[in-house]
Design a protein around this ligand. Structure first.
Ligand SMILES: *Cc1c(COP(=O)(O)O)cnc(C)c1O
Length: 376
């Protein structure tokens, strides 16, 4: 793979990126430069294509400065009117984060919480929408990166379509690697960011929005900088951003999009990530690790493993020993279970996963950690 000698990142982002993507940043373009404006135009068009929609079909893409959270907050704070009522479906920390945003913006909200190792129960969501007819918007996470679980956005979208609700999906850690059908799933706003499955560098988020819903929110913004409608209008007017754009990150992203296309688009990328996941799952199982999720709920973006049962296991020293060997893994974020996570995404392949698994085995042996190798 074309990259430098940095440590490999087995995290949910920022990720290991290709040399081509990194090199694309070695320019200083002005934000009003014709060439830069062309790149932004290219990126916005490609994002719509990746989402399987188009301007003609009634969709728009909007780039927002900041990390992924800024894009979500732009949507939450810009599209729900004062008399709106948001339902947040939660099974992990990112769902909780949306609920927190709604509180800060004093948006009327309800939440439905499910266990972190369970997908939302469609029947419960249906019943809730049936009983609470004043709900106007529904938000859910696609890949809840807390555990790597894949939530049933298509089924939830169907319920929203039947009940006439605006549907918001945080597809931060899945977009580009999982196919999504915005039209069939009734998604009005989908949010993702530069540094996850498209394998760009951090710096911005983007929103794929159904134009009609976007326009109906013209006067709903609760902040100036995160005003989604105004951001879109600015980009439409002259192709420019309202405020300083992350020019280097956008150049890297254009290169990353070209890389995604070379790999065969979403299907090609999914194939490599699935291979990464399968190599990881097999290797870690062999070492005696147990996955947190049951097989039906597992995705191929990031995997959550239980700590070994051996009480001498210490995550920090385990992490540091892997880090010294050039591998960066990710801590857990579960409320009640001790887990750590390993990401399968970024410019990494099966061989990198094999090398990581070998290093994990070495670290366990070095620290004398006993693994329970009975079948999980
Ligand atoms: C990464 C991620 C975010 C956004 O995180 P940032 O650190 O703001 O980029 C939001 N939701 C999900 C599901 C994520 O994986």
């Amino acid at each position: 793979m074309n990259r430098n000698n940095d440590k490999l990142l087995f995290t949910p982002g920022p990720l290991t990126t290709s040399m081509t993507t990194k090199v694309a940043m070695m320019r200083d373009l002005g934000s009003r430069d014709f060439e830069f404006i062309e790149q932004v135009k290219f990126i916005r068009e490609r994002l719509l294509q990746l989402a399987g929609v188009s301007v003609e079909a009634g969709y728009e893409s909007i780039i927002m400065q900041g990390s992924g959270t800024f894009g979500i907050e732009a949507v939450i704070s810009s599209v729900i009117p004062d008399d709106g009522h948001l339902l947040v479906i939660i099974n992990g920390v990112y769902g909780e984060r949306i609920s927190r945003m709604a509180s800060i913006h004093r948006i009327h909200q309800s939440s439905l919480r499910f266990a972190e190792n369970e997908v939302p129960d469609i029947a419960v969501v249906k019943e809730f929408l049936h009983e609470n007819t004043d709900i106007t918007h529904v938000a859910v996470i696609h890949c809840e990166t807390t555990t790597g679980i894949i939530n049933p956005i298509h089924e939830i979208g169907q319920l929203c379509a039947e009940a006439g609700k605006v549907f918001i999906v945080d597809a931060m850690s899945s977009f580009g690697a999982y196919p999504v059908d915005l039209q069939a799933s009734g998604i009005h706003f989908l949010i993702s960011s530069s540094n996850k499955c498209i394998e760009g560098v951090p710096g911005f988020s983007f929103v794929i929005a159904q134009r009609e819903q976007l326009m109906s929110g013209e006067y709903n913004a609760r902040t100036l900088s995160l005003d989604l409608f105004a951001q879109w209008k600015g980009l439409e007017l002259n192709g420019q951003f309202r405020f300083t754009p992350p020019t280097h990150a956008l150049l890297a992203f254009a290169a990353a999009l070209a890389g995604l296309e070379l790999e065969g688009g979403v299907a090609g990328r999914a194939k490599r990530y699935i291979e990464n996941y399968e190599a990881l799952a097999a290797g870690m199982k062999e070492l005696g690790f147990r996955e947190y999720l049951i097989p039906e709920h597992r995705g191929y973006i990031i995997t959550c493993f239980h700590y070994p049962e051996d009480s001498s296991f210490d995550f920090v020293s385990f992490y540091e020993a892997l880090n010294e060997r050039g591998f960066v893994i990710y801590p857990g974020k579960l409320s009640e279970v001790n887990c750590f996570r390993i990401g399968n995404i970024g410019h990494i392949n099966r061989q990198d996963i094999h090398n990581l698994v070998r290093a994990v085995g070495e670290v366990l042996a070095e620290k004398g950690i006993l693994m329970d190798k009975r079948e999980a």
